[in-house]
Design a protein around this ligand. Structure first.
Ligand SMILES: Cc1cc2nc3c(=O)[nH]c(=O)nc-3n(C[C@H](O)[C@H](O)[C@H](O)COP(=O)(O)OP(=O)(O)OC[C@H]3O[C@@H](n4cnc5c(N)ncnc54)[C@H](O)[C@@H]3O)c2cc1C
Length: 236
């Protein structure tokens, strides 16, 4: 049976970068979700026109509270409105949770490598938070590729010391002063140290724009990572 649409209210909005926003929704009757899952959001205009898009959940289940991370796409129908125009207190429709494969469960004990391109960090952040919430000691590594320092999401939270989490930022356009890695897209050399620390049974989660996900998946399999251990989510 298809999941029902529920009415949810926007109860908070915060800046992640100059353009990206975290949105907090209150969705009465929400059944709960796993880290990595997403929802469909549906907007209805005054003339009845409807548009629906998928957005990942950025935090583990917490009652009726849902956290999304939206990067507005220039000229996009839904994302610029959600990011900046939907008033706090207004309602949208939400359907979910969706996606049962791109998930991390607290009972997973194997080491994990998370590879994010831009806003692809949103569902991976839910996994990082779920891992911390569960006090899991399984090794977590996050590689987050962004254009420059100004495009880093969750900067303060990811900067906090966490013995079970290793975070590495890659800059594609402009590296901060003093960086040993020149700015550039993800390469095999960026993945090599992380893969060395991931035992063969480790799981890799890759999320971001389609081109980024395909490149990362190719680099991982070329490096010998078993394709069965690689889970991907494409944002389009
Ligand atoms: C499973 C899943 C989870 C997702 N999670 C998130 C999330 O957590 N945060 C988030 O910001 N987005 C996420 N997306 C992308 C989101 O669903 C929308 O596609 C995106 O917000 C653009 O919608 P729009 O209506 O603004 O643009 P549209 O009006 O649909 O498209 C406008 C133009 O932008 C291009 N375009 C569409 N999507 C993208 C994109 N993602 N990047 C670059 N160009 C694009 C289109 O080809 C078109 O030319 C997710 C997508 C999927 C499938």
């Amino acid at each position: 049976m298809p999941l029902p649409w529920r009415t949810a209210r926007l109860v908070g909005r915060a800046d992640e970068t100059a353009t990206a926003r975290t949105l907090v929704l209150d969705a009465p009757g929400w059944p709960g979700h796993l880290a990595g899952q997403h929802v469909d959001i549906r907007l209805t205009a005054d003339d009845g026109y409807q548009a629906a898009r998928s957005y990942s959940l950025g935090a583990p289940a917490d009652g009726t509270r849902l956290e999304l991370g939206v990067e507005p796409v220039t000229g996009g129908e839904v994302s610029p409105y959600l990011a900046d125009d939907l008033p706090v207190g207004a309602s949208v429709e939400v359907r979910g949770p969706l996606g049962n494969w791109f998930v991390w469960r607290p009972e997973q004990e194997e080491p994990v490598l998370l590879v994010a391109g831009g806003s692809g960090v949103v569902p991976l952040m839910a996994m990082v938070r779920a891992h911390r919430q569960a006090a899991s000691t399984s090794a977590f590594q996050l590689i987050h590729s962004v254009r420059g320092e100004a495009d880093l999401w969750y900067r303060e939270e990811l900067g906090r010391p966490d013995p079970a989490l290793d975070v590495r930022f890659l800059y594609t356009r402009k590296a901060p002063p003093g960086s040993t890695r020149p700015a550039g897209r993800l390469t095999a050399a960026d993945l090599e140290p992380a893969l060395k620390r991931l035992t063969p049974a480790g799981t890799v989660y890759v999320c971001g724009p389609t081109g980024f996900v395909e490149t990362a998946a190719d680099l991982l399999t070329s490096a010998g990572q078993d394709p069965a251990t690689i889970r991907t989510e494409r944002f389009g």
